[in-house]
Design a protein around this ligand. Sequence first.
Ligand code: PEP
Length: 250
Amino acid sequence: MSSLPYIVGNWKMNGTRAMLAEARAIDRATARLPGVQVALAPPFTLVHAMREAVESIGVGGQDCHVEASGAFTGDISAPMLADAGADFTIVGHSERRAMHGESDAVVRAKAEAALAAGLSVILCVGETEAERDSGQAEAVVGAQLDGSLPLGAEAAQRLSVAYEPVWAIGTGRVPSVDDVSAMHRSIRAKLTAIYGEAGAEVRILYGGSVKAENAAELLAADDVGGALVGGASLSAESFVAIIGAAAIAR
Ligand code: PEP
């Protein structure tokens, strides 16, 4: 695992070619901050153009299909992402789990397909508000990890886990630093139980309403290796401020 903080922007279903100007500005700022690893996951339609437009940041997908090719109208495979210039893909985002009914088994198959295509993987997990309120947060996330992490210790070498409480995504609400620390410790214990020593190398990102104002505090929580950022990654101004906070927190 790189020891650099890893700050990843998830543009979700936002962005046309005009938005590449934001990516270029993020790229230029990243070149001036070598202590931080930065990546963007634009919509599929922008992956190739973004890859051509930037030099210092990673470019990835937001999802991939479990199969490499076939009769799957509207889907994109991991080899297609790699061919378009992607370095990585996100899998298991809560919006895909909830809106597309993706089970842990499907998320695992997607992660394994991405690794087989040579991509790195950011695998998302996180509890709902009701699960946190009923004291189930760590058990729910632990079960998601058991069911969706790609198998085999070698998988750990190109894997990051993003802890994203569902109730914190796009809401402006964030867990306490103590709760983030406790969850990241719990995820680390699970990773080392599953992958052995290699599990110690997997970066664990926090995601959910990360902004310039709270980034330093969240990044300083125990075992937070970076951030997965949605809304605040859509403009260079707000995303570069988060990258700057990561550079200082390092
Ligand atoms: C996300 O959806 O991955 C996310 C973290 O979104 P936001 O930063 O907007 O809460």
